[in-house]
Design a protein around this ligand. Structure first.
Ligand code: NAG
Ligand code: NAG
Ligand code: NAG
Ligand code: NAG
Ligand code: NAG
Ligand code: NAG
Ligand code: NAG
Length: 344
């Protein structure tokens, strides 16, 4: 078998379908939740089909409320002391988040995703000690993520994707909030390195940091994150140009339910570790394309028997693809072009 890539001009119907789906998703959804803009409604079935294969939907894609509500959240909020859930997702709310909302101290869930809210994230939210889920994705919030958020000691889901947030991912998130299960901050303007403290987030299931300006070596050790299933670092400037850039991949071998790893479109150098053959048998997507990775694709890749998608295109991978890749019965999408190939 020779190195090749299935491109979107392929006449293969399955490949075309997948290319279309991947385009629709931007290969992976930037925040894994509630992707239902009007334009995409007709594609919802296809999307759901893919999501169902990924088998990972902590928030329920189909549960979003759409009521065409307009207006802004009033800053004088009385009688909210007993409010446990504030769900006004997918409406047309405008204006800023009132800092006084932090007085609603029983809140366990705030979902204001896919509205038109703007301004800074209120520092006062750090007072919400019972808050389990904060979903503010799909708005135009700007400014940085307040370190006071590390005081939300019950927080399990921090969902801030698709906004205009800048600054760093606070180091204290990792050291103060080990019960975090989802950190979803994709499609923002965040920068800095991925804090090493994330090694302490032992309950982590989803790490979505794609489409930002993160850079440098990934020094996170995922050994303790036994429940990690989805990790997307796509489209950043990650990598240090050193041989050990992919060391963190080896720490993922203890995550027995791991399904998706995307590190494409970064600056990762170094040798592709053989340990990818020891990743979870549950792996469905492995996407390492558009980096500077060297080495060969190990023969043992065939032990990942549930793979649906495999991408190593535009790297410096050499050698031949093992023939045994044909044993991967579920494989629907392979992209290996644009490498420095020496055919044996
Ligand atoms: C909470 O309510 C009190 C009384 O209405 C007010 O003085 C205070 O500023 C509010 N707290 C926040 C964080 O807005
Ligand atoms: C977190 O809360 C503690 C005590 O409630 C306070 O002293 C500290 O300043 C808060 N941290 C941040 C970053 O707001
Ligand atoms: C975010 O980055 C984009 C592209 O670089 C830029 O146009 C935009 O002004 C930035 N927004 C903020 C809030 O920094
Ligand atoms: C993890 O948490 C422990 C205890 O809180 C702390 O000593 C250690 O520095 C943390 N590790 C990282 C990488 O932040
Ligand atoms: C992982 O998930 C299991 C089952 O839901 C749970 O018991 C466990 O506490 C979670 N966290 C870790 C670190 O294993
Ligand atoms: C996996 O976990 C075992 C037991 O906790 C530990 O000994 C081993 O070093 C871990 N492997 C990796 C790659 O972190
Ligand atoms: C895969 O895991 C096994 C068992 O832990 C270990 O002996 C082997 O060295 C690992 N292989 C690679 C390539 O990391």
């Amino acid at each position: 078998m020779e190195l090749q890539s299935i491109t979107c001009s392929s006449s293969n119907v399955v490949a075309l379908l997948w290319c279309a789906s991947l385009l629709l998703l931007g290969w992976f959804p930037t925040d894994a939740v509630g992707i239902t803009t009007k334009e995409q409604e007709s594609d919802l079935e296809a999307l759901l089909a893919i999501m169902s294969q990924i088998n990972h939907d902590p928030f329920g894609v189909t549960r979003a409320s759409q009521n065409n509500l307009i207006g802004s959240i009033p800053s004088e909020l009385d009688n909210l002391l007993k409010l446990e859930e504030l769900q006004i997702a997918q409406n047309s709310l405008t204006g800023q988040l009132p800092p006084s909302l932090a007085n609603a101290s029983s809140l366990q869930e705030i979902s204001l995703k896919w509205n038109r809210l703007e301004g800074r994230l209120p520092v006062t939210f750090g007072l919400l000690k019972r808050l389990v889920a904060l979903e503010l994705n799909g708005n135009t919030f700007s400014g940085s993520i307040p370190p006071s958020f590390c005081n939300m000691s019950s927080l399990e889901y921090l969902v801030l994707g698709t906004n205009q947030l800048s600054g760093i991912l606070p180091v204290c998130l990792g050291s103060n909030l080990p019960s975090l299960r989802g950190i979803l901050v994709g499609a923002n303007n965040l920068s800095g390195t991925l804090p090493e403290s994330l090694s302490n987030v032992s309950n982590l299931e989803t790490l979505e940091v794609s489409n930002n300006y993160f850079h440098g070596k990934v020094s996170v050790n995922f050994r303790n994150a036994r429940n990690l299933s989805w990790i997307n670092m796509k489209e950043n400037n990650l990598g240090s140009g050193s041989a050990g850039d992919l060391d963190f991949v080896t720490t993922l071998t203890n995550c027995s339910g791991l399904q998706v790893v995307s590190i494409a479109f970064n600056q990762f150098h170094g040798l592709l570790p053989n340990s990818i053959t020891n990743l979870s048998i549950a792996m469905t997507y492995l996407y390492f394309g558009n980096n500077q990775i060297t080495g060969t694709i190990p023969l043992g890749i065939t032990s990942l028997v549930n793979l649906l998608g495999l991408g190593f295109e535009y790297n410096r991978v050499s050698g031949t693809i093992p023939d045994s890749i044909g044993k991967l019965k579920t494989l629907q999408w392979v992209s290996l072009g644009g490498n420095v190939v020496v055919l044996a």
